[in-house]
Design a protein around this ligand. Sequence first.
Ligand code: URA
Length: 234
Amino acid sequence: MKLVKHIANLGYGSRRQVEWMFREGRITDAAGEVLYADDKVAHEAIRVDGEPLDPAPGLLLMLHKPVGYTCSTRDAGRLVYDLLPPRFRARSPIVSPVGRLDRDTSGLLLMTDDGALLHRIISPKSSLPKVYEATLAADLRGDEAELFASGALVLESEKTPLLPAQLEALSPRQARLTLHEGRYHQVRRMFAAVGNHVVALHRSRIGGLELGGLEAGKWRLLEADDLAHLFASA
Ligand code: URA
């Protein structure tokens, strides 16, 4: 791919703006030599204003999503993109959430610009477990684990029963729930189906990947060994 297109696709500006950046000598190699738009240079060797380029296409990151942020590119309120470098929203292809978390849900959110990887992660074939911790408005009744594991629960306005899910009671109003699919507002609707209400929801794990010590609002790029962890539990 031509350098101008490559750098424009990373969100540094329109092609015209990137052409200007070349003319202004702002794009150099690692030794500070000015590059020209028709040079052939590896991604890793390029500097803009002396800084290495953002990650090459094919990035995967984890974000510790705080409550109050929406997984959307446009919404009146706070967006998960506000927590990432502004260029990530301007990339082509854009860095998109891998599945969604509700505005009021916190926890592990994956984001990628790699469509094939995104589909592999959310595909029913991969069936990656997703682990949630829910705080409930009322005490657990005691029969929820059996019902959720039955594979027979049909949510309101749906026809297909849910796949078996595993519930572990952590306290009378705290539960850990492991899902193997991702339907709309699934955790909240499952507890609504047993007459309860989720007052707080946090996703702690996808596949074999956990947030580790990542604080709310922070993100980090994932490497090959993280990807191995992600798919390890499948
Ligand atoms: N289930 C929900 O109800 N909300 C989420 O954000 C994720 C799963």
